[in-house]
Write a protein that binds this ligand. Sequence first.
Ligand SMILES: [Cu+2]
Length: 175
Amino acid sequence: MSFNKIIVVGNLGRDPELRYTPQGIPVCTFSVATNERRRDSAGELQERTLWFRVTAWRRLAELTHQYLRKGNTVEVWMIAVRSRFQPWKIEVNQGDKVIIHLTNIEQTTDELHGFAICEYNINVVVDPGETKTIEFVANKPGVFPFYCTNFCSALHQEMQGYLLVKPKGGATAMK
Ligand SMILES: [Cu+2]
């Protein structure tokens, strides 16, 4: 038996795209650029960019799509359904621009959900079947809980999660 394994560390060319095969299997493709600097025969420093095309499948494809981003924009596709948010935690770096697309996937027409992060002055209500997009810059480091502000059930306050904003150059508050 033999195998080889490579580790690619670089930058994304653009945000990963998620598609589905005709059988419904998630596939996520993205490109990673790596830079190599070397001296040529004349002693000049040359920079060479090498692109790797990466394909992730199934759950990894979904996670890749959910979490990987180009530059410092974090885009999250979140669902709200009684009594949870999915994903229920978001980790970003201080200074990141955060875009949350929140979809309420309830079937019953009166099942509204709210979404609030008090410290960031965010408070929205999402109707069943509706998607709302929330945008903000995560400039305050720390751990900020979010929860459902609508009385969707007696457990609405248990419908919660947290936003972790890792401080620039500092220690991580929570893992
Ligand atoms: Cu709710």
